[in-house]
Design a protein around this ligand. Structure first.
Ligand code: ZN
Length: 392
């Protein structure tokens, strides 16, 4: 990872580069900031930079310090592939069978940081496990950190320990205190966290805190335009929705895909026109999607109808919808009253619950579609909650 690949956060980049150039790299730092702000990306870039054999530094025309790793020396090449022998990683993981240490999860970790350096804890855990398992950084892993760091450097200038999500260190984290206070020479601890409240006080008091702000909307929008081929207006809109969280912006891109919009339009049209045959044909199409996709679609529906509610409430200027979506949403807002909309939102919410629990799709979708169809009948008085009568 290069500094140039880390989005925004210029002040922190300069601060880090200056510390290296002036030979005063702090040996225990906490990169603290909200999800999607890029603190892990920054830690990767910093670890690569301090071990680069040919650092490129200078000052720009405004007198600002600039710098980055060369990307070509043997150290950079290994750092970029996440295989540098002196850059160590610790992260929360799930203990299964023979996987008891982070070292056992390196293959998955490597993929994760290379593909989604802005990924969140949830992204990571969902990647490596199924169900609602909780990640943890175990006592055994803490001992492993101590062991690794007491070995001599292989080839790097610095030995770097990146510890992602120290929030998941319980009391066993206290084993690290002495190491944080007095690490061996040329050892740098980079803790990367979202929530200082969840970190042991004993650790907090031993690290230098580097505070990351959420990303600016313009910066997020620029990435969406550049790397995800979004038209400018759409990129700006989605960036605003994501609230400075790049990973969230990318997720929103997915759920805003045109396919979803088209699908919802087709569905609602059949309901509006009371076309039962088309409605069941739509159901069949829906049921061919995988479970994960069905869930995504319902999540999109939830988001979409919440925005329709906003429009209904006269707060349309706050609606987080693209232009194409807005047109459909306004149309629906005119046809459906607040009470029906509330019921529909509940219907989607419950549908996600049932998809997750693997209920019979055909029964569920018949119920969902017919319930929706009824909402579009002029004289239909909704009785909430819909699911009261649903015996699945
Ligand atoms: Zn280099």
């Amino acid at each position: 990872m290069f500094f140039s690949q880390v989005i925004g956060q210029d002040r922190i980049k300069q601060q880090l580069i200056r510390a290296v150039e002036e030979g005063r790299v702090s040996h225990a730092q906490l990169f603290l900031g909200p999800e999607g702000c890029g603190n892990l990306a920054m830690a990767l870039a910093f670890a690569q930079y301090i071990n680069c054999e040919n650092r490129q530094t200078g000052t720009d025309s405004n007198g600002k310090v600039t710098g980055d790793s060369c990307g070509k020396c043997p150290s950079c090449i290994k750092a970029q592939k996440v295989i540098h022998p002196d850059i160590h990683y610790t992260f929360p993981f799930v203990k299964i069978e023979d996987k008891e240490l982070c070292a056992d999860w390196m293959k998955e970790w490597r993929e994760f940081v290379l593909q989604t350096p802005y990924g969140t804890y949830n992204d990571w855990i969902e990647n490596i496990t199924e169900g609602n398992k909780q990640g943890n950084i175990t006592a055994k892993e803490c001992l492993e950190i101590l062991r690794k760091l007491s070995l001599k450097n292989y080839e790097g200038i610095y030995k770097v320990q990146i510890l992602w999500m120290p929030e998941f260190l319980d009391k066993e984290g206290n084993r690290l205190l002495k190491m944080l206070e007095e690490p061996p020479d040329n050892t740098v601890f980079l803790l990367v966290a979202n929530d200082s409240e969840q970190i042991l006080n004993t650790i907090m008091s031993r690290v230098q805190i580097v505070k990351f702000a959420r990303l600016a909307d313009e910066d997020v929008a620029q990435v969406l335009e550049r790397d995800h081929q979004q038209p400018h207006n759409q990129a700006v809109k989605i960036a605003q929705m994501a609230g400075g969280n790049l990973q969230e912006a990318i997720r929103l891109l997915d759920i805003h895909e045109d396919a979803n919009t088209a699908m919802i339009r087709e569905w609602m049209e059949a309901c509006y026109r009371q076309q039962v045959k088309q409605l069941f044909a739509w159901n069949d199409k829906f049921l061919k999607l995988g479970r994960e996709q069905q869930k995504m679609f319902f999540q999109y529906c939830l988001h979409f109808f919440r925005e329709v509610m906003l429009i209904q409430a006269g707060a349309g200027q706050l609606a987080k919808l693209t232009d194409a979506e807005l047109k459909t949403a306004q149309g629906l807002g005119q046809v459906l009253g607040v009470e029906k909309l509330m019921g529909i939102i509940e219907l989607f919410d419950k549908s996600i619950y049932f998809v997750e629990r693997n209920v019979n799709g055909k029964i569920m979708m018949t119920y969902v579609s017919v319930t929706l169809l009824k909402q579009f009948q002029k004289n239909y008085q909704p009785t909430r909650p819909f699911y009261d009568r649903w015996a699945l």
